[in-house]
Write a new protein. Structure first.
Length: 147
C-alpha cells in the first residue's frame, strides 16, 4: 500500500526532497541536450546520403546518453523513495498521497514553492489545485494521525 502523508510529514521532507529533485531535473535537462544533439546528427546523416562523420563523437554521445539515462533513473527512484510521486519532472511537480474525508487525494507541491499550499483530487491533477484551508487541515489524514 502507498504511503499517505499528513501535511506536516510531507513538508518535513521538502528540504531533502528538493536536493534529489533538483538533481533529477538537471539530469533530465542534460539528457535532453544529448538526445537533441544525436537527433541533429541523424538529420545530418540522412540529408547527406548516409555518410557518418565524426563517428567517435557519436559513440561518445551515445555512451553519455546511456550513462545519463541510468543516473536519471536512479535519481527518480531516490525521489520516489520518499513516498511521493513525480508528476512533471520538467517543472518539478510532486504529489504526496493523503486521505481527505475518507478518499485519496494529493498534496501538491511544485519546485520553488515555499511549502505545500495546495491539494487536488486524484482525477483533477494540477489544474484542479485548491488552496489548503482549515477544513482540509481538519479532515485530512496521513498514515500516522496528527503528525
Amino acid at each position: 500500500m502507498a504511503r499517505r502523508f499528513h501535511l506536516r510529514q510531507a513538508e518535513a521532507l521538502l528540504t531533502s526532497l528538493e536536493v534529489d529533485l533538483r538533481q533529477a531535473m538537471s539530469l533530465r535537462d542534460e539528457l535532453a541536450q544529448v538526445v537533441s544533439g544525436l537527433a541533429g546528427v541523424a538529420r545530418h546523416v540522412s540529408l547527406s546520403g548516409g555518410a557518418l562523420l565524426h563517428q567517435d563523437q557519436v559513440a561518445d554521445a551515445r555512451a553519455r546518453q546511456s550513462q545519463l539515462t541510468d543516473r536519471l533513473k536512479q535519481s527518480i527512484e531516490a525521489v520516489h523513495q520518499y513516498g511521493c510521486q513525480i508528476k512533471d519532472l520538467e517543472t518539478g511537480l510532486i504529489d504526496f498521497p493523503t486521505t481527505f474525508q475518507g478518499r485519496e487525494v494529493y498534496l501538491c507541491w511544485k519546485f520553488g514553492e515555499r511549502g505545500i499550499r495546495f491539494w487536488h483530487e486524484v482525477s483533477d491533477g494540477f489544474r484542479g489545485r485548491k488552496p489548503i484551508d482549515e477544513h482540509f487541515l481538519e479532515n485530512h489524514r496521513g498514515d500516522t494521525p496528527d503528525q
